[in-house]
Write a protein that binds this ligand. Structure first.
Ligand code: ATP
Ligand code: MG
Length: 426
């Protein structure tokens, strides 16, 4: 026997028996985005590597160690997208979407993302994100709207009380420059104890120490100066206004000055929604304002804010909250036959039923009548019928109600009609 080939590490199959969860999440997300006026965008699975080096930032974990990069036959370096924001910005620039009336409100769902990370519960190498990106509005009201999209999603799923919104402002290039000095001189004093990565990235991106997973670095970060003490007047006013709006909307939050986000391009508002229910990988949604990104990727200045929300972590949160996902509708009718000579006739019959919108299966295995009925039972159909020579001659068939109702007689030439009436009457 040939040896079996297994899934690549960190990937998983989504099997038919869990698909109802994905369909449901997709449907709720689509409805939510329509309610907020966001339009869907789909971008390629791979992009030029440079897009992520510039768009995510070369001091980030993503660019330094998590990218799946390949070289194509033409010698071009391509990377499987690790996130959705920079591809969307590229698409906005490439398709001149910035010329549309502002604000430009886009979403993606579900977007497969690829990161070469150590797989563990809640952390895969291929995973899915729902995300929104809002361009052309630099106001605190725009920040509040984006946060509200995520909050409203959690509310619609009954999860709002089970997630904590953590909020921070990481300032702008003006105030961050001063903060950087203060942070650097603090970190200098701990240089020897920092992990290699933090030490190497200290000059370019000292704030990454807050995102570092090493316990020693986390300890050092606890005593570090906080960005919130260094915000300039404009950034402070922006952050204040956002908090006032969230308070007025009764969206609970906690200011956490250690939330800096992994990605380099964030400005001012950053936020995360953290779950208490799903173990160590607890951040379900992360986002923030990235006013400098469009310029970084070659466009004219255009403010932007968005978030990425991990669908696997969302489904984990829903499962642990005991959420009742609606099941997918099963097959409604089974059409059996007494012998294979009736194959064409029964195929035509089921085609009529399917066109009438009745989900129907027929025998294609060549089973005995008894085995066909047993299979119909396993399928869980509501109605089953068997076509034989007798039915063909009389033009009548007895339909069995598999859920205990009385059997009834129907004409073969108007079977779809008869079944539809029964189904609608249920
Ligand atoms: P983490 O700190 O967990 O590594 P991150 O900051 O790298 O998260 P983002 O880049 O902000 O994550 O991605 C947004 C969301 O996507 C995360 O909040 C999470 O729900 C999900 N996510 C990120 N990486 C993974 C992964 N490897 N597997 C599954 N979900 C992920
Ligand atoms: Mg990560």
């Amino acid at each position: 026997m040939a040896s079996m080939i297994q899934l690549p590490k960190g990937t998983r199959d989504i099997l038919p028996d869990e698909m109802h969860k994905w369909y449901h999440v997709e449907e709720v997300v689509r409805r939510l985005c329509e309610d907020f006026g966001y339009k869907e965008i789909r971008t390629p699975v791979f992009e030029s590597t440079d897009l992520f080096v510039r768009g995510v930032g070369d001091t980030t974990d993503i660019v330094q160690k998590e990218m799946f990069t390949m070289v194509d036959a033409g010698g071009r370096s391509l990377t499987l997208r690790p996130e959705g924001t920079s591809p969307v910005v590229r698409a906005v620039l490439e398709n001149s979407l910035y010329a549309l009336p502002m604000p430009l409100k886009l979403y993606y769902n579900p977007l497969t993302c690829y990161r070469a990370e150590k797989p563990q519960a809640g952390r895969q190498r291929e995973f899915h994100q729902f995300g929104v990106e809002l361009f052309g509005a630099a106001t605190p009201a725009a920040d509040a709207e984006v946060i509200l999209v995520a909050f409203e999603l959690f509310s619609r799923f009954g999860l709002a009380d089970r997630l904590l919104l953590k909020l921070n402002s990481i300032g702008c290039p003006v105030c961050r420059a001063q903060y950087r000095e203060a942070l650097l001189s603090y970190l200098e004093g701990h240089r020897a104890a920092l992990c290699d990565t933090c030490r190497q990235r200290m000059d370019k991106n000292p704030m990454r120490v807050f995102d570092c997973k090493s316990e020693i670095c986390q300890g050092i970060a606890t005593g570090a100066p906080l960005i919130t003490d260094y915000l300039c007047g404009d950034c402070r006013a922006h952050f204040e206004a956002l908090q006032q709006t969230l308070l007025a909307l009764k969206i609970p939050f906690e200011v956490d000055p250690t939330i800096v986000r992994g990605l380099d391009y964030y400005r001012r508002t950053v936020f995360e929604f953290v779950s208490g229910d799903i173990g160590a990988q607890a951040t379900v949604c992360g986002g923030g304002r990235y006013d400098g990104l469009v310029e970084e990727l070659g466009g004219d200045p255009l403010p932007g804010i968005g978030f990425g929300l991990g669908i696997e972590r969302l489904i984990m949160s829903l499962d642990s909250a005991g959420y009742a996902f609606p099941p997918l509708p099963g097959v409604t009718v089974y059409v059996g036959m007494t012998d294979a000579s009736l194959d064409v006739l029964t195929t035509k019959l089921v085609t009529d039923l399917r066109r009438a919108g009745i989900s129907t299966e027929k025998d294609i295995v060549g089973r005995s009548v008894k085995a066909q009925m047993k299979y119909a039972g396993k399928l869980g159909v509501r109605y089953a019928l068997i076509i034989g020579q007798n039915e063909v001659e009389t033009g009548l068939v007895t339909v069995k109600d598999m859920q205990g109702g009385e059997p009834f007689e129907a004409r073969l030439d108007s079977l779809a009609q008869a079944l539809l009436e029964r189904i609608q009457a249920q």
